[in-house]
Design a protein. Structure first.
Length: 274
């Protein structure tokens, strides 16, 4: 308005904008992604990365034995992104392997390997030292990849179980070849972990690990439980046995003087006469 005052429509628009800012629902221009909510703090993300690096370090010797070549999986980069953004980052063809956690912790893990990396790994595990990727991933190749990922997830579950003092179970790996329709574990945000993946002179690549926010939070909290506060296994105390069960009689001591032979008085007198 010409006098500098605001019309009712302008006031309503300003109020709507303030509401959007407070509620975190401000509109994002088309083609852009809203920044993920701070579901995990920087310290928590670092804690998750440290835990995963430690778990991978524990399983690498076993994986190297399967492959017949040294493998290095590490330098985990933990990010929180929107589910839509994660889907957009994987338009190509990938081998997707899903493993769920249950018991002390519930959650979903999605491992993504490029077709080339999956081919090299499966070829090595089937005894081909050259690591030449097969033309197609047969059931046998897929089975080796499932075993490969199962070892990683079982190690993570065991490490997490030790941290929280509760058993963590894993499901059998579910493998699919996907393109543009990866399974995203959770909405609206998801945790994306990027590892460096190296297998001697055959692979220098990335492996991706997606998990739901809740699972990442459990890992972060478990990693910060002080050692003295971690639950520990305590066996049930043994039931005390009664005397009748053991068959032990109480020790009895004779009264003082009992059992001592008395010396006749006459004998004492004879000694004195000598």
């Amino acid at each position: 308005m010409g006098d500098g005052s605001l019309s009712q429509d302008e006031i309503d628009a300003l109020l709507q904008g303030a509401d959007d800012m407070l509620s975190g629902t401000a509109r994002v221009p088309a083609g852009e992604f809203a920044p993920a909510q701070a579901a995990l703090s920087p310290v928590e993300r670092e804690s998750v990365a440290d835990f995963l690096n430690s778990s991978m370090g524990s399983v690498m010797p076993a994986l190297s034995g399967y492959l017949g070549k040294n493998i290095i999986i590490g330098n985990a980069l933990v990010e929180v992104k929107s589910a839509d953004q994660v889907r957009a980052e994987f338009p190509k063809q990938y081998v997707q392997i899903v493993v769920n956690f249950s018991g002390g912790v519930n959650g979903k893990n999605v491992i993504l390997l490029s077709m080339n990396d999956a081919g090299v790994i499966s070829s090595l595990m089937m005894g081909d030292d050259s690591g030449t990727p097969p033309a197609t991933l047969t059931e046998a190749h897929q089975s080796t990849l499932q075993e490969f990922v199962s070892q990683m997830m079982s190690t993570i579950a065991t490490q997490l179980s030790n941290k929280i003092g509760k058993g963590v179970n894993t499901t059998a790996p579910d493998l699919k070849v996907v393109q543009g329709n990866i399974e995203v574990p959770g909405t609206p945000d998801v945790v994306k972990v990027t590892y460096n993946l190296t297998i001697q002179n055959l692979i220098n690549s990335k492996m991706y690990h997606l998990m739901n926010i809740e699972l990442a939070g459990e890992i972060a909290r478990g990693a910060y439980v002080p050692q003295m506060q971690q639950p520990e296994y305590r066996p049930e105390p043994a039931q005390p046995r009664t005397t009748s069960q053991v068959g032990i009689s109480p020790v009895r001591f004779p009264p003082l003087g009992e059992g001592m032979q008395s010396i006749p008085t006459g004998n004492i007198n004879l000694l004195l006469d000598v």
